[in-house]
Design a protein around this ligand. Structure first.
Ligand SMILES: Cc1cc2nc3c(=O)[nH]c(=O)nc-3n(C[C@H](O)[C@H](O)[C@H](O)COP(=O)(O)OP(=O)(O)OC[C@H]3O[C@@H](n4cnc5c(N)ncnc54)[C@H](O)[C@@H]3O)c2cc1C
Ligand SMILES: *[C@@H]1O[C@H](CO)[C@@H](O)[C@H](O)[C@H]1NC(C)=O
Ligand SMILES: *[C@@H]1O[C@H](CO)[C@@H](O)[C@H](O)[C@H]1NC(C)=O
Ligand SMILES: *[C@@H]1O[C@H](CO)[C@@H](O)[C@H](O)[C@H]1NC(C)=O
Ligand SMILES: *[C@@H]1O[C@H](CO)[C@@H](O)[C@H](O)[C@H]1NC(C)=O
Ligand SMILES: *[C@@H]1O[C@H](CO)[C@@H](O)[C@H](O)[C@H]1NC(C)=O
Ligand SMILES: *[C@@H]1O[C@H](CO)[C@@H](O)[C@H](O)[C@H]1NC(C)=O
Ligand SMILES: *[C@@H]1O[C@H](CO)[C@@H](O)[C@H](O)[C@H]1NC(C)=O
Ligand SMILES: *[C@@H]1O[C@H](CO)[C@@H](O)[C@H](O)[C@H]1NC(C)=O
Length: 614
């Protein structure tokens, strides 16, 4: 360029660079994509542009060069408005169907199918996982709820690092998201009171958007009253202050309130990073293997990637961060030489770190429901009506309100009440007692669907945040081209069946309350009144249970030497250097509440650790 740099020009150069860095929109959007087939090198390479991966990548890109390797593309394009419009996250994403006969959507989902689940009717479960920028934050149901004070204390104690207490994580929860108070005019509802504690959010936090639905489903207001009638009042603080048990709440969602669009890690973190940093994304590119040098311990030096079959290498001068999710992160570690040596050796994979915990310790809570036909309208029954739908689309597009702007919204949590607890076996009671006292044992989700002739079918679903059964993830070859092998392990521990039956009996109690009786228009639809005995209820649960998509902990965080520990409390993989795992797989165990909040916070925390040289 002919510009001579001497000591004097440095301040000028730095001033110029800082202006360029701060200037918004100076960068062409198209400049944010790597060139397929060309080897390249960066300070950090993040594998998986999903929920956690884009947070880590965006934060690191503020001060370093970063590449993101993502197997999918952009959901806004690949899934039309189904991933963007809140109501369609419930009705439009047909491919989350958990049955083995699901309709595949290869541009959005990995189409993972579990092994037959022995204790759940030998069913094979389709386990949807986002294959797109944003990952599962682009296909989830968007509820934004944190765990409990006791659950994070247990995390801190398990991993031997008190920075995981709720009080200490709070700055990362706050940093990741921006909360917009409910728009009461748009909600247009006096019987869906939103209570929350504004001090657990920070007005300077973001870029993830968290807000309340701009419309309230009438059926849910009745179901909320029904759950309240069994003794679970509205929480005065809401579900983001570390307290869940014994309450219900109209919870916020990851929705951007201005247009009522889904807020994902792509629409928030990635877009901000593309505007403000030099981040480079490799879409439609799969990580095939993490590469290591021959030092001792081996250091991760990069990633072998494949863009639709074209293979090349992306090198990492500093670190490789694996954020490929609960099923693919352990698979990628194993294929790269990190995992149980017996498994690796059986596929001739050279063992770099013999870590028996890789792929073990899968926590996957199950859910099941009881449904009735009801007299009240619902978002789905209203929008299924061809006479009304165009008006609702207009209302959504012009006002970001009405049924299309809304997704789910009312959750409740409790511990098994005494009358049912007494009937649990002594061993089940003892096992439940190992959880912190504020950890709920049953969580409820109320839902409404369209039935025949535009009627409404209401479901109250229970899920079990204290699963004792563990599944596992393993490999069937040394190649990432083959899917991971998933054993969900549901109901292998008999205590889970006992707890599930107790939860099921609570569902019937809820459906027997006055607010529920006021809207029923017929007999119980599912499972139907014939199912009464303990054995019949357990059988119904075995045949019908589904996941709530909170699978986690397959690359568990822990203390070095713990049986399942794969990463330390800074998310560094044991036995190698320059490699971390940052996503839901790195949780030590599942959290109560809903886990995306913790995925975002964990990613913020580890990004901070890395930037601080830890
Ligand atoms: C249907 C559904 C509903 C849910 N509802 C809620 C909810 O309402 N509230 C809540 O809190 N949580 C919910 N969850 C859970 C939550 O969304 C997930 O736990 C969270 O998004 C997981 O984040 P992650 O970063 O671990 O993985 P992901 O977000 O899944 O990211 C993994 C990324 O890695 C990519 N990848 C994988 N392998 C490779 C490879 N080899 N090379 C390159 N890229 C790769 C994937 O394509 C993906 O983009 C839901 C999940 C699902 C699936
Ligand atoms: C990329 O790097 C690898 C390893 O050094 C080398 O074998 C390969 O030829 C390089 N590919 C290109 C396109 O430069
Ligand atoms: C749009 O929302 C406002 C409240 O913010 C409400 O007063 C108005 O009636 C709404 N308009 C439509 C078309 O829904
Ligand atoms: C607000 O609610 C009332 C009563 O349910 C209804 O008649 C009215 O149309 C609603 N307004 C909007 C903008 O949805
Ligand atoms: C709440 O208000 C809405 C709108 O007026 C109504 O449709 C619904 O029936 C009410 N729910 C209850 C529990 O009163
Ligand atoms: C979503 O897209 C479909 C197909 O283009 C369209 O018919 C529908 O109206 C859209 N829905 C909304 C809420 O925009
Ligand atoms: C739907 O309407 C049709 C025609 O009125 C009727 O025959 C049928 O029984 C109705 N079905 C239900 C489930 O209400
Ligand atoms: C995984 O779990 C299944 C049972 O759920 C068990 O049969 C299998 O041996 C386990 N596999 C590994 C690799 O641990
Ligand atoms: C109590 O539990 C036993 C099995 O442990 C079961 O047979 C019985 O039906 C249960 N009773 C109730 C009321 O759930």
């Amino acid at each position: 360029m002919g510009i001579r740099l001497n000591m004097l020009s440095y301040p000028i150069l730095l001033a110029f660079l800082s202006v360029v860095a701060a200037a918004p929109n100076r960068r062409l959007y198209s400049s944010a994509f790597g060139y397929p087939g060309q080897n390249a090198s960066f300070d950090y390479v993040v594998i998986g542009g999903g929920t956690a991966g884009l947070v880590v990548a965006a934060r690191l890109a503020e001060t370093a060069s970063v590449a993101v390797i993502e197997a999918g593309g952009f959901y806004e394009q690949d899934n039309s408005n189904n991933s963007v419009v809140p109501l369609l996250s419930l009705t439009g994403i047909a491919f989350i169907d958990p049955t083995a006969t699901f309709t595949p959507q290869p541009l959005m989902d990995w189409s993972l199918l579990s092994q037959p689940v022995t204790n759940a009717g030998n069913r094979r479960i389709h386990y949807a996982q986002g294959k797109t920028l944003g990952g599962s934050s682009a296909i989830n149901t968007m509820s934004y709820v944190r765990g409990t004070i006791g659950s994070y204390q247990r995390w801190a104690d398990t991993v031997g690092d008190q920075s995981y207490t709720f009080a200490n994580l709070l700055k990362y929860f706050k940093k990741s998201c921006h909360l917009t108070p409910p728009n009461l005019a748009k909600r247009n509802s006096t019987n869906a009171t939103v209570l929350y504690d504004p001090t657990v959010f920070d007005s300077s936090g973001g870029p993830l958007q968290v807000s309340w639905n701009n419309w309230v489903d009438p059926t849910l207001t009745w179901l909320a009253k029904a759950v309240q009638a069994i003794g679970l009042p509205l929480s005065p603080k809401g579900f983001n202050s570390g307290q869940l048990n014994g309450y219900g709440s109209w919870v916020p969602s990851t929705i951007s309130p201005d247009h009522a669009y889904r807020s994902s890690s792509e629409s928030s973190f990635l877009r901000q990073a593309i505007r403000d940093t030099g981040i480079i994304v490799y879409p439609h590119t799969q990580a095939m293997k993490v590469l290591f040098d021959s030092s001792s311990p081996p250091k991760a030096t990069g990633v072998l990637v494949s863009t639709q079959g074209l293979e090349y290498q992306i090198s990492a001068n500093k670190e490789v961060i694996v954020s490929a999710g609960t099923f693919h992160s352990p698979q990628l570690l194993m294929v790269s030489g990190i995992g149980p040596s017996s498994v690796l050796e059986s596929y001739s994979i050279p063992v770099l770190s013999d870590l028996p915990g890789v792929g073990q310790n899968l926590w996957d809570p199950i859910s099941f429901g009881v449904s009735y036909p009801v007299s009240t309208p619902s978002g789905q029954s209203l929008t299924a009506n061809p006479a009304l739908a165009p008006g609702f689309v207009q209302q959504y597009l012009t006002n970001a309100s009405g049924p299309f702007s809304s997704a789910a919204g009312y959750l409740s949590c409790e511990r098994i009440p005494e009358a049912l607890r007494r009937n649990l076996s002594a061993s089940t009671q003892a096992k439940l007692a190992t959880f912190p006292s504020d950890w709920p044992e049953i969580e409820y989700i109320v839902g409404s669907f369209v039935g025949a002739n535009l009627t409404t079918i209401a479901a109250i679903v229970a899920w079990i945040p204290t699963p004792f059964s563990r599944g596992n993830v393993t490999i069937s070859s040394a190649s990432m081209s083959d899917p991971p092998v998933i054993n969900l392990g549901w109901l292998t521990d008999p205590s889970d069946g006992e707890v599930a039956v107790a939860a099921f009996r609570r569902l019937r109690t809820i459906w027997g309350t006055a607010p529920a009786n006021a809207i029923k228009t017929g007999p119980e639809l599912l499972p139907g009144s014939a199912v009464q005995s303990y054995a019949d209820i357990l059988n119904y649960i075995r045949q019908s249970a589904t996941q709530i998509w909170h699978a986690c902990a397959t690359c568990a965080m822990g203390k070095e030497g713990d049986a399942n520990a794969v990463v330390d409390s800074k998310a560094r993989v044991f036995g190698v250097s320059g490699l971390r795992v940052v996503d839901a797989s790195a949780f030590p165990f599942v959290q109560p509440g809903h886990i995306q909040s913790s995925v975002y916070a964990l990613a913020e925390k580890i990004a901070d650790d890395i930037k601080n040289g830890n």
